[in-house]
Write a protein that binds this ligand. Structure first.
Ligand SMILES: *[C@@H]1O[C@H](CO)[C@@H](O)[C@H](O)[C@H]1NC(C)=O
Length: 272
């Protein structure tokens, strides 16, 4: 009996003496949720960590399958555990060894719907004269496909539009849909658009990198003239060089004439 009392006392004195984990936090991107934590200072390498969660409807801590025996630096994937996007959840982490356990360290409350960060949709931008057409597509997130489509979370889209030439910019807040048209732009001019989405509840979002496109192609006729002009310029340049290199009056003149005709012929055939 004396031995048991001693063991019990030892357990009370040493049993909870492991340093608890710190910085227990839940982060979430596109409705994929992960729990991160740091081992307490002086935690030995044979220490493991176990995770439990609670929600605001059932006041009962439940262990998380797959996160019962984590090692330091491992995170716990809560995507499949937080099944209801509108419920508030909290997680807690405990350090343990074969003989000792630490006290629990809790995260803050987390609601998937309002606390997830929504990434930008996939975007393609193309010109339509004096306008731009945007095709939006939700990124593929494996965690979500069965229960909830990311697309159903999108409510609005924020477009930042910038004219490349002078940096003039404006912002549009529109309801979300797969196709968006930005009207009343200058034709033949390049604009860059960065996109972010907003959700039903107030949620954080990140903008895409800028996607750039011309409203319409710069006139094809003027680019043809540019090509012909350049070819002509190089012809004249090469006559001059040939003229400088080959000296001797009449001979160089004949060569120049031959060169001139072949060069013009070349530029004529390549432009037609
Ligand atoms: C978390 O789990 C989900 C669903 O099983 C999966 O799609 C996702 O890739 C996992 N995330 C990580 C970081 O392992």
């Amino acid at each position: 009996m004396g031995l048991w009392t001693l063991l019990l006392q030892l357990h009370l004195v040493f049993g909870v003496s492991l340093t608890p984990p710190s910085d227990v936090s839940i982060s979430s991107f596109n409705m994929e949720h992960t729990l991160n934590f740091l081992p307490g200072p002086g935690t030995l390498s044979d220490t493991h960590f176990t995770v439990q969660i609670i929600n605001n409807r059932k006041n009962l801590w439940r262990p998380v399958v797959g996160c019962l025996e984590l090692t330091a630096g491992q995170m716990c994937n809560l995507t499949r555990v937080f099944t209801d996007p509108y419920t508030h959840y909290k997680a807690r982490v405990q350090a343990f060894t074969t003989t000792q356990t630490s006290s629990w360290t809790k995260s803050g409350w987390f609601q998937p719907m309002s606390d997830t960060v929504l990434g930008p949709p996939d975007v393609s931008v193309s010109g339509c004269g004096n306008c731009l057409i945007l095709q939006l597509k939700p990124p593929a997130t494996k965690g979500l496909q069965c229960s909830l489509q990311l697309e159903n979370l999108y409510r609005g889209v924020i477009l930042h539009v910038q004219r490349t030439r002078d940096g003039a910019q404006f912002r549009l807040d529109l309801p979300y849909s797969e196709e968006k048209v930005i009207m009343y732009l200058q034709p033949g001019v390049e604009y860059c658009v960065s996109i972010s989405v907003t959700a039903l509840l107030k949620s954080n979002h990140v903008a895409s990198k800028p996607h750039c496109a011309f409203t319409s192609h710069p006139s094809s006729r003027s680019s043809l003239y540019l090509v012909i002009g350049l070819l002509g310029f190089f012809c004249i340049l090469s006559f001059l060089i040939t003229g400088l290199v080959v000296t001797g009056g009449q001979r160089s003149f004949t060569i120049l004439r031959q060169h001139l005709s072949t060069c013009l012929l070349q530029s004529y055939t390549s432009s037609s």
